[in-house]
Design a protein around this ligand. Sequence first.
Ligand code: SF4
Length: 217
Amino acid sequence: MAASRRSVKEYLDTLDDAAWGASEVTPKFVSKSDPAAQWTGALKGHAFFAYAANYLIDLDHAIIIDVEASRAIRQAEVGAARTMIERAQDRFGLYPERLAADSAYGSAEMLAWLVHERGIEPHIPVFDNSQRQDGTFERAAFTCDHKELRQRQKACRMPRPLVDENGMMRYRASKLDCDGCSLKPRCFLIAPARKILRSIHEGARDMASDIATTEEC
Ligand code: SF4
């Protein structure tokens, strides 16, 4: 009896992992009969409980290499992509040079995993949310060590950044530097000094952006 109670608990734990493990966001609705199914409105019509079928396809030869079901939620689908890439290597010795996927796979962590851990070129659109509407310098105007601006404006220094719990590096210029800087009106309008946020995985994001802007893509 004790053994069967443990089995039931293990089974329920597994369901919990499948149902909530992929995302820290608690699902809005959970199916009582199938808690790992995801309540989704992805098809723009009525929402329903569903899973996602994820495919890994060899585009050169138009062959489906692998299929992995997951919850119909972005984090789980990204996890399925990793699983299939690893499995294709283990089972078939296939090692892709490039991965083409939609922007759902363009998180900084996923790009870093592809580039740094697997050596795979990410042909994945990357959204840049750093655009500024007030006409001041965008984040792209700053190199990560601020060297470019340091060359143009010797007073411009941004010390080693702090890294927050989301893996974002927070650069902050010195107010003293900014107050004496001729670029200040083009750099920021209200704050006491300019701040720049960059992901610790920004190098992989830059690589994906560069690939997306080459002619062949
Ligand atoms: S205003 Fe500040 S952050 Fe902007 S370029 Fe000048 S020193 Fe650098």
